[in-house]
Design a protein around this ligand. Structure first.
Ligand code: UDP
Length: 491
C-alpha cells in the first residue's frame, strides 16, 4: 500500500503512555506524527489527572481523542491525587508502577467499546514498555500491540536484558557481560541502580518489571525514539534481541507548542523564560554549562556542595536547575545551608551563575548559542534535546537506564564524559572543576566532543528531514510503520 493510500484509509489506534511526563510527552509527539500522515482516529488513554494534563497541553483544534481510565490513587496506597511519577520519590515510583496494573480492566473495556461501536477492533494498541500488560488486552480483543520505548535502542536493550537476566547475580566480578550485547562488552556493577543491584527476582521492582518485560517481548513490533544514523549498534542489537520489527522514528522531540510553556510538563518554571534568555544573551557563544537532573531526580547534599564548589572554582558561567537534595522533599523549599555560604548571592552579583529553582526551560536553554555543555543525568529526552543542539554532555547517571545511555554516549558516540554515577558516590569540587575544563576546552577532547555532538545533530536533522526530494530515515520509518499498522488489519 502506498503512503497516499494509507493516508485516506480510516482506522483507530489506542495509545497508552506510562504515567510520567517523560513518557507522556513523547507519546503525544508520536501521536501527532501518526496523525500528520493518516486519517486514523487516535485515542490516548490514561488516568484522569494525566488526561487533564494532556487536555491542557493539546490545542483545542487537536483531533487526538482522550479517554479517562478510572484510577484511585488512595486505593493503591499512593498519596491522594498522585497519578504521575513526578512528586513521588523514587522509592515510591514502584508503587505507581504496581498500581498501573489496575488499568488493564478499564483499557479492556475501552477497547471493547471501540470494537463494538466501529464493528472492528482498533488497528493496534501502542503501549509503553512499562505497561506491557496491554498485550493481554490486544490479544484478547483480536488486535495487535506495539511497544513504544521512549528510551534509546542501546539503553532500552541494556535495561530490559539486565532486568530479565539479572546478570550481576551470576558472577562475583564487578564487570560482567549482558545478554544481547557483543561477548567482549562489559558492564560494571556501579552502572546498576541500587534497586537492580539488590534485585533477586522476588523484590518489588523485579516482581513488576520482570513480567512486564516478558510481556513486552510478545509485542508485534517496537517503536524506538532514536534514529538509524545515531544508534546503528544499539538498533542492530535490539532488533536481534527482540526478533520483531523495530521502527526508529526519532528524535521525537516535544512539539513546538509545548516549548517554553508551563503546559510542557504541567510545571511552573522557577524563573521566567525571558530572564533566562536575557541572561544567556549576555554570554559568549558556547560558554555556559547547563546543569539539570531531569524531572524526578536530585543529588545528595554532599554532592550538591561539591558541585557548587567545583562550579565556582571552574570560573565558568552556568545555569543550574536546582532542587532540594536527595532524602528531602524534592519539591519543597530550598534552604541556603545546602550550598556554600553566600554562593547564590555571589553567583548572582557576579552574573556568573543562574540558579533556577525546581524547573527550567530546558529546550530553550539547550538551543541557545551560549550553552556549551550539559551536565545531565542522561535521561533519554535530555540526551536527545542536548545532542539535537550539538551540545556535548557531562554524564551523571542517577536511575533507570541512564548509566547505559552514558556508556553509549562515551564509547559509541564520543560526545560525553562521565563525572560520576548514582546519588551515593563521593565527589570533590576538584573533580567537577577538572571535568568542566575538559568539556569546555576549545582544544583537545572538548573540541572533539563538540564536533561529534554537531555531527550527531546533523544526523538527527537528516533523519527527520522531509521535503519533495528527500525523506530522512526516521520519516521513512514512520511511513513504513503507518503502512504496517494499516495493512495488519487485513491479517
Ligand atoms: N525538563 C525541563 N525542565 C527541567 C527538567 C526537565 O523542561 O527543569 C524536561 C526535559 O526537557 C525533558 C524532560 O523534562 O524533556 C526530562 O526527561 P528525561 O528523559 O531527560 O529525564 P526524566 O525526567 O524522565 O528522568
Amino acid at each position: 500500500m502506498s503512503m497516499a493510500d494509507a493516508a485516506t484509509k480510516r482506522g483507530h489506534i489506542v495509545m497508552i503512555p506510562c504515567m510520567a511526563h517523560g513518557h507522556i510527552i513523547p507519546f503525544l509527539a508520536l501521536a501527532r506524527l501518526i496523525q500528520q500522515r493518516t486519517n486514523f482516529t487516535i485515542t490516548t488513554a490514561n488516568t484522569p489527572l494525566n488526561i487533564q494534563y494532556l487536555r491542557s497541553a493539546l490545542s483545542s483544534s487537536s483531533q487526538i481523542r482522550l479517554a479517562e481510565l478510572p484510577f484511585d490513587a488512595i486505593q493503591h496506597g499512593l498519596p491522594p491525587n498522585i497519578e504521575n511519577s513526578e512528586n513521588l520519590p523514587l522509592a515510591r515510583i514502584i508503587h505507581l508502577f504496581h498500581s498501573s496494573l489496575s488499568l488493564e480492566a478499564p483499557l479492556h473495556s475501552l477497547v471493547s467499546q471501540i470494537t463494538q461501536e466501529e464493528g472492528q477492533p482498533p488497528l493496534c494498541i501502542i503501549s509503553d514498555l512499562f505497561l506491557s500488560w496491554a498485550n493481554n488486552v490486544a490479544k484478547s480483543l483480536g488486535t495487535r500491540n506495539l511497544t513504544f520505548t521512549t528510551g534509546g535502542a542501546y539503553g532500552t536493550l541494556a535495561y530490559i536484558s539486565m532486568w530479565s537476566n539479572l546478570p550481576q547475580r551470576k558472577t562475583d566480578s564487578d564487570e560482567f557481560w549482558v545478554p544481547g550485547f557483543p561477548q567482549n562488552f562489559r558492564f560494571h556493577r556501579t552502572q546498576l541502580h541500587r534497586y537492580l543491584r539488590a534485585a533477586d527476582g522476588t523484590d518489588e521492582w523485579s516482581r513488576f518489571l520482570i513480567p512486564q518485560i516478558a510481556l513486552s517481548m510478545e509485542s508485534d513490533g517496537w517503536i524506538c525514539n532514536t534514529a538509524e544514523e545515531i544508534e546503528p549498534l544499539g538498533l542492530q542489537l535490539l532488533r536481534k534481541y527482540l526478533g520483531v520489527p523495530v521502527w526508529s522514528v526519532g528524535p521525537v522531540l516535544p512539539p513546538d507548542t509545548l516549548r517554553g510553556s508551563k503546559h510542557r510538563a504541567g510545571k511552573e518554571p522557577g524563573m521566567a523564560l525571558e530572564v533566562c534568555m536575557e541572561w544567556l544573551d549576555l554570554k559568549d557563544e558556547n560558554s555556559v554549562v547547563y546543569i539539570s537532573f531531569g524531572s524526578q531526580n536530585t543529588i545528595s547534599a554532599s554532592q550538591m556542595m561539591a558541585l557548587a564548589e567545583g562550579l565556582e572554582e571552574s570560573g565558568r558561567s552556568f545555569i543550574w536547575v536546582i532542587r532540594p537534595p536527595f532524602g528531602v522533599d524534592m519539591n519543597g523549599e530550598f534552604r541556603e545551608e545546602w550550598l556554600p555560604t553566600g554562593f547564590e548571592k555571589r553567583m548572582k552579583d557576579t552574573k556568573r551563575g543562574l540558579l533556577v529553582h525546581k524547573w527550567g526551560p530546558q529546550l530553550e536553554i539547550l538551543s541557545h548559542r551560549s550553552t556549551g555543555a550539559f551536565l545531565s543525568h542522561c535521561g533519554w529526552n535530555s540526551v536527545l534535546e542536548s545532542l539535537s543542539n550539538g551540545v556535548p554532555i557531562i554524564g551523571w547517571p542517577l536511575a533507570a537506564e541512564q548509566a547505559y545511555n552514558v556508556k553509549m554516549l562515551v564509547e559509541e558516540m564520543g560526545v560525553a564524559v562521565e563525572l560520576t554515577r548514582t546519588v551515593e558516590s563521593v565527589i570533590s569540587g576538584e573533580q567537577v572543576r577538572k571535568i568542566i575544563e575538559i568539556v569546555m576546552d576549545r582544544q583537545g577532547k572538548g573540541k572533539e566532543m563538540k564536533e561529534k555532538a554537531n555531527e550527531v545533530a546533523a544526523h538527527m536533522r537528516n533523519a527527520t528531514k522531509e521535503n519533495d526530494q528527500e525523506k530522512g530515515s526516521s520519516v521513512r520509518a514512520m511511513d513504513d510503520l503507518v503502512r504496517n499498522i494499516f495493512s495488519s488489519k487485513a491479517l
